[in-house]
Design a protein around this ligand. Structure first.
Ligand code: PXP
Length: 250
């Protein structure tokens, strides 16, 4: 199968806010990072407004919604508070993620199958407002089918387990995770869902995922912001873009 189109890179700027919040002031500004990411070829900006506001703040979302020229992918938990914020800003995309206060990062995918009714009602007004609704899920057939049934237009496959297995040298597991991601990308596409992927991706792990023809967008944050310390944000993004394009060309 030929790739379905150019692979988009969404740059997640949450961890610029993490560094800012370490000192409680206004520096470094995530909006400035987002504008720089735009200049260096990011196709979209992703930001996760967590319930505990540990990194991105409400004011960051206001600024991003006002100033970005590329699409904003607003990550949020499926709560009434976040729904109201999304409906105020009407971002290009809303990505629903599971959220636990005690976790360090988004650990798993959303349990769509168990909450199908509630989530179907939850996303309806977001869709009506013109947002593309994406659901962050594990590479699990049951969850993908539920996402399609509730009317999500997009799923984002959680690549965290694949990346962790690679980083820890568990290569058989890594390959099994990759295979599941490959199969589920194709399956989700066959159900009419647009397929995105992300979490934990690095220069070492991005290419096999970028090569899946059905995947249309990767959302990458922590590694790019970390790498920006060493080579600057622009070059860190450009190198990711280069690897994605290389993988896409085969
Ligand atoms: N996609 C989703 C849905 C996420 O929750 C995150 C983490 O906030 C990412 C992508 C980016 O993950 P990372 O920061 O590990 O690249």
């Amino acid at each position: 199968m030929q790739p379905l189109g150019k692979l988009r890179l969404g740059v997640n700027i949450d961890h610029v806010a993490t560094v800012r919040n370490a000192r409680g002031g206004a520096y470094p500004d995530p909006l400035r990072a987002a504008k720089l990411a735009e200049d260096f070829g990011a196709d979209g900006i992703t930001a996760h407004l967590r319930e505990d506001r540990r990194h991105i703040s409400d004011a960051d979302i206001d600024g991003l919604a006002r100033a970005l020229t590329v699409p904003l992918n607003f990550e949020m938990a499926a709560t009434a508070e976040m729904q109201a914020i999304a409906l105020k800003h009407k971002p290009h995309a809303v990505c629903l993620v599971p959220e636990k206060r005690e976790e360090r990062t988004t650990e798993g995918g959303l349990e769509v199958a168990r909450e199908e009714n509630r989530l179907a009602h939850f996303i309806a007004p977001l869709r009506d407002a013109g947002c593309r609704v994406s659901i962050f899920i594990a590479a699990d057939r049951k969850q993908i089918e539920a996402a399609a049934r509730i009317g999500a237009q997009v799923i984002e496959l959680h690549t965290g387990a694949y990346c962790d297995a690679h980083a820890e040298g568990r290569f058989e597991e890594r390959d099994a995770e990759l295979e599941a991601l490959r199969e589920m990308s194709a399956y989700a596409h066959s159900l009419g869902l647009e397929v995105h992927a992300g979490h934990g991706l690095t220069y070492d792990t991005v290419k096999p995922i970028a090569a899946f023809p059905e995947v249309m967008e990767l959302n990458i944050g922590h590694f790019i912001i970390g790498e920006a310390i060493f080579r600057g944000l622009g070059p860190a993004i450009e190198e990711m873009r280069r690897l994605m394009d290389e993988a896409r060309e085969g």
